[in-house]
Design a protein around this ligand. Structure first.
Ligand code: CAA
Length: 399
């Protein structure tokens, strides 16, 4: 048994295409500052025809495999709310395309944007009980709302892969957590829909209620006090949500929310999310990576408070401390290359991809259009069987 468990490696993947929110604002005759400033998003990653949660997840895991020994991994937990099959776990396709050995258990987890955290907590427990275990956790999603809806500027796509081990190199996960579940209809996606349904303003209220419930439970279970934290990182459906959430946490702890101070504290956790958009399950971990990779100061020993929210709803507040030397295990230049290497598309191309769908009548389709740049793509579907392939990543992604 050990409780010295946490994130040993963490890597991001996103799509090969991007839309500037100014393009969307112009198409809808909206002031671009509503998006750039009001909701705090500048771009959104868009999945090409040949990209989905499997291709994104595989690319994120491959980045880890390229620099860290993943032999001995016995569990792969993939969290998503945009799974590709009602039965087969997306992680099994990832296992296949990566050529992982057979002695790995693979399962998919779902509870809106929260499931990545559930996976992380399960991974932690597995490693706590047997420190020789190594677990791969992947949080991955393609966030899609109806064209013209309030959620449209908050779309995005991406994956974060994390290797969970004993004696981790990046973040030690602390044992105390606070949880909160509330059966609400703030955001959901019935099986027959490819786009999410959302009650926008109510979803913000539900998020706040969940934060309050999870924080109260965390404190009731001997969690650290507000002043014990150096940073806070929140689920970010749009980056401004983190500012709203943190103002609420400050108020809950009897403080006065100064907007400029909150913006400064949240800023480093928002740099990547602002450019990628909502990645549902991955969003909070994109925020964590952004904090670790973009702050020039040494964060060793700093405590980070994490609030994970999944509509419907489940929330969890947990914490981690940054491990000395963590910088040696990160690659901010690679992340910058992944973001800068995306191809900007216009509104027409975006609309085409928004409408694109694989056949649902069992006919086969070969996908010739190449958007993926990160080494993995969906090559088509053959009699309802998805076909994935590996290719040499483009030099923009290799760095
Ligand atoms: N310049 C600067 N700011 C401007 C502006 C301008 N020209 N025009 C508007 N704004 C500001 C507004 O004042 C507002 O700021 P505040 O929130 O601080 O008041 C902000 O921009 C947004 O404007 P509106 O509230 O008018 O925007 P909206 O009604 O179109 O929708 C939204 C906002 C409800 C968040 C919508 O984008 C949405 O439904 N998003 C999807 C749902 C969502 O993300 N919910 C979050 C909680 S649920 C969750 O977290 C799970 C998940 O991942 C989905």
């Amino acid at each position: 048994m050990t409780d010295h468990v946490g994130i040993d490696d963490i890597a991001l993947a996103t799509t090969g295409l991007v839309v500037d929110l100014g393009v969307l604002a112009q198409a809808h005759s909206v002031d671009p500052d509503k998006f750039y400033v009001g909701i705090g998003q500048s771009e959104m990653s868009i999945a090409g025809e040949d990209e989905d949660v499997v291709s994104l997840a595989a690319a994120a895991v491959q980045t880890i495999a390229d620099r860290t020994d993943i032999s001995g991994v016995r569990t792969l937990l993939l969290a998503t709310e945009t799974g590709v099959d009602q039965s087969k776990a997306a992680g099994v396709f990832v296992h296949g395309v990566l050529g992982l050995p057979p002695n790995v258990r693979v399962v998919e987890l779902k509870q809106a944007c929260y499931a990545g955290t559930a996976a992380l907590m399960m991974a932690r427990s597995l490693v706590c009980s047997d420190p020789s275990e190594k677990v791969l956790v992947v949080a991955v999603d393609v966030a899609k709302y109806d064209v013209g809806s309030g959620g449209e500027p908050t779309q995005g796509a991406g994956a974060v892969a994390m290797l969970i081990t004993a004696d981790p190199s990046i973040l030690r996960i602390e044992p105390k957590t606070g949880v909160h579940t509330d059966d609400v209809m703030d955001f959901w996606r019935p099986n027959h829909r490819t786009t999410a349904l959302v009650d926008g303003k109510f979803s913000i209220e539900a998020y706040m209620r969940s934060l309050e419930g999870a924080w109260t439970d965390y404190r009731a279970h001997d969690g650290f006090a507000y002043d014990d934290f150096d940073h806070f990182c929140y689920h970010q459906p749009f980056t401004k949500m983190a500012n709203k959430a943190h103002a609420h946490l400050v108020a809950l702890n009897g403080g006065d929310a100064d907007k400029a101070e909150i913006a400064e504290l949240m800023g480093p956790t928002q740099t990547y999310n602002r450019r990628i958009g909502n990645t549902y399950t991955a969003s909070i971990y994109v925020g964590l990576l952004s904090l670790l990779e973009t702050v020039p100061a040494d964060l060793a020993g700093h405590r980070v408070g994490m609030f994970s929210y999944g509509s419907g709803s489940v929330g969890e507040f947990w914490s981690g401390t940054v491990v000395p030397g963590y910088q040696l295990h990160l690659d901010p230049e690679l992340t910058a290359t992944v973001l800068d290497g995306r191809k900007a598309i216009d509104h027409e191309a975006y609309l085409h991809l928004h409408d694109f769908a694989l056949p649902i009548d069992g006919t086969s389709m070969k996908i010739d259009e190449r958007a993926a740049r990160n080494g993995f793509r969906l090559a088509g579907v053959d009699a309802d069987r998805r076909q994935y392939e590996r290719f040499e990543p483009t030099s923009a992604v290799l760095g």
